[in-house]
Design a protein around this ligand. Sequence first.
Ligand code: GDD
Ligand code: MG
Length: 346
Amino acid sequence: MHALILAGGKGTRLRPLTVYTPKPIVPFLNRPFLLYQLEILQRAGIEDITLSLSYQPDKIEQILGDGSEYGVRLRFITEPSPMGTGGAYKFAAHDVRDTTVVLNGDILTDLDISAAIAFHRAKKATATIVLAPVENPSAYGLVETGDDDRVLRFREKPSAEELAGLRTNTINAGIYILEPEVLDLIPEGQNHSFEYNVFPDLLSSEKPFYAYILKDEYWRDIGNPESYLQGHHDFLSGRISGFEIETGGRAEISHTAIVDRNSIIDDDTIVKPNARVINSVIGKGVLVEEKAIVENSVVWSHTRIAHGAEVRRAVVGRSCHIGKNVSVTDGAVLGDKTSLTDYTKT
Ligand code: GDD
Ligand code: MG
């Protein structure tokens, strides 16, 4: 068994965080995001993983290496220009002779992939798509299923009008198990989409196309800043299980600083006297100076938060300088190297 991770999108909705860092390796809980996907694949015994890249591929390859550090074997395929999700699968066809698990590279889940594979095999499916129930399905691919778990309809990002006519809240979770014959539905060398082309074609061909519906598993697309931050909070509040996160044993925290038990602070970070870090994730080599407050936020490495500054419910990129008494408030997202003059309010 083999896996293909679609990691070639530009990550536009996650800007400015993705200006210098492609979405697949944005730090999540201080580790490159894709490591969580490698981990669930490896748990299912899938160690041969191809990453399908297009945007800033060298950075991704450099960070992940050959995968041996994570117990997997990684291969990288870079499209000359983005081929679309289905086109990317076809472009990697040399690597996908076998049954393949395909993952969107921006979803965070603790799904037991081996259970989904067992379902796929039991159904003798040509394709199985994992579905997640969500409250607001409009930003996703909506999928209607029958009593026997067959997929009846797939509609990518329906209009509000159309949405009203669809009787389902189950969406495409961006995890597919595909037999190689799916490749026959995709033209060579063209931009092609699973969502707009391949899945509708599978339905009209009446091939066995099934849905594996998530129940208690965690699932989230971290592809916009709000969701990225919420994913962190879900972890800090214990809603995601099974991933071990090391908290920095080598952080230097003043006796008079307060760091709550939820927060995760990476190595070489300094939290100075009377500073407070509450329910937050802080990367390596960050300086939180006297009386500064970081609350419900994510701060990437090598940022400096000066005396008396407040960062609340925000995401702060790498190597930023938040000046004295600055107030960074709800929903702010600061790209790498942002510098805020003392007393700035966002
Ligand atoms: N290699 C490659 N080439 N990868 C691509 C390309 C491409 O041309 N285009 C997109 N991708 C990758 C992205 O990097 C991302 O990991 C994944 O494909 C999905 O793209 P998104 O841009 O994040 O799509 P979305 O979130 O709007 O919608 C998709 O995901 C939803 C679940 O999160 C769809 O699959 C929806 O149907 C689904 O509900
Ligand atoms: Mg997405």
